[in-house]
Design a protein around this ligand. Structure first.
Ligand code: ZN
Ligand code: ZN
Length: 385
């Protein structure tokens, strides 16, 4: 392993203080848990803490002092890391293996200080092979401790910069769908509409869609995760569009269900039911209630109307650097209360197999006094042609 050490990033001052605040919050958690260093390798976690957007990066966070934070990458990313990773991190270019480089940076403990060191790692993103290497190459005086979910738990509460980015991603996605609706939908292939939606999101500045768009008409809308088909969208049916943009690393996620003409009484009634459940759950979003409690608000309304068995998925999920992250809103989610700064979706659905489905989804920022929907398109039943 050859290491070229450098310090001092060209990351803007704002970016540097932002990352610094996140790393400091993490260091506090580490001190509370008795962890001296934390290895961070999951790319979204690395990006969150260091701003580095490349695919090969590893951060070693110190609980003890800022001067000990280190960032490892390989030579392909030397320039990018210098531009993105703030000066709080000593940067090292590692020739062979990032993990090996990070372990070499740990000084043997017991001999020097008389006390052992604890190295935390994320058991969820560490492969069995990496774990074997960790155990074999761990310097004397160090112990390993699984610390999975620590960075993810920080990421659950979005800071001001993240809120701004998610809001912008949601606005961009709304604008792209608005453009697609203007072109008309009936008679066009589902797949064709999905491709155009993604193209428009990219033209408006998105890195890409935050997940493969769903465009599902008629009986296909009864599949919650329908794949768009090369089938023309017919008149007089329901059409579900579930889409999101990724902008500056952050995702959006939204669903609207439209009428492509005249609907049956039953389809209209199901639409109104899902909308009522969605708005009730939306109104319940605030700091305090848990994911299962918010889920129950929508579920009770849908169950009371006799459609409980047709709402087979959870009510929603957190959104941030990843389109599905904590906290979850579902029957089986953690009992931890929602916190101000969480960004979650509220997306009840009713699916009648072989017939039709309705899902309405908003992206919601949990504020001190309640939820604020970041998706702005109207929700009353709208006819598109
Ligand atoms: Zn969605
Ligand atoms: Zn969603």
């Amino acid at each position: 392993v050859s290491a070229v050490e450098s310090r001092g990033g060209a990351a803007g001052e704002d970016g540097a203080s932002l990352m610094g605040a996140r790393v400091e919050r993490l260091a506090e958690l580490l001190r509370k848990d008795g962890v001296d260093r934390l290895l961070v390798g999951a790319p979204v976690d690395v990006r969150y803490l260091t701003g580095f957007t490349g695919s090969s990066g590893l951060a070693l966070i110190s609980a003890e002092e800022r001067a000990q934070h280190r960032f490892f990458t390989d030579f392909r990313y030397e320039t990018q890391a210098a531009a993105q990773v703030p000066a709080d991190f000593a940067r090292e270019i590692v020739a062979i293996d990032l993990l090996e480089g990070a372990l070499k940076a740990l000084k043997p403990r017991a001999r020097e200080t008389g006390s052992r060191g604890t190295l935390g790692f994320d058991e969820a993103s560490t492969t069995v092979k990496q774990h074997v290497r960790l155990r074999e190459q761990l310097p004397p005086g160090w112990d390993l401790m699984p610390c999975g979910g620590l960075v993810a738990s920080l990421r659950e509460v979005k800071d001001e910069d993240e809120r701004k980015r998610i809001r912008a991603a949601a606005e961009l996605a709304d604008a792209a769908l608005g453009e697609v609706l203007e072109q008309g939908l009936v008679g066009r292939g589902e797949r064709d509409v999905a491709i155009e939606l993604e193209l428009r999101m990219r033209r408006l500045g998105a890195e890409g869609p935050s997940f493969p768009s769903i465009v599902a008409a008629g009986s296909h809308s009864a599949l919650p995760h329908a794949e768009p088909r090369a089938v023309a969208i017919p008149r007089d049916t329901l059409l579900t569009i579930d889409w999101g943009a990724q902008l500056d690393g952050y995702c959006s996620d939204c669903t609207r269900t439209y009428a492509t003409g005249t609907l049956s009484e039953e389809a209209r009634a199901v639409y109104e039911l899902v909308l009522r459940a969605q708005e009730a759950a939306l109104a319940a979003v605030r700091p305090g209630p848990s994911g299962p409690e918010i889920d129950a608000v929508a579920r009770e309304i849908i169950e009371a109307a006799g459609h409980g068995e047709h709402f087979g998925h959870g009510l929603g999920h957190g959104v941030g650097l990843e389109v599905h992250e904590a906290p979850r809103l579902s029957r089986t989610a953690s009992q931890q209360p929602l916190r101000a700064g969480n960004v979650v979706t509220v997306e009840p659905g009713v699916y009648l197999p072989g017939r039709f489905g309705v899902r309405i989804e908003d992206l919601v920022l949990v504020g001190e006094d309640g939820g604020e929907a970041l998706s702005g398109l109207p929700k009353e039943l709208t006819e598109v042609s």
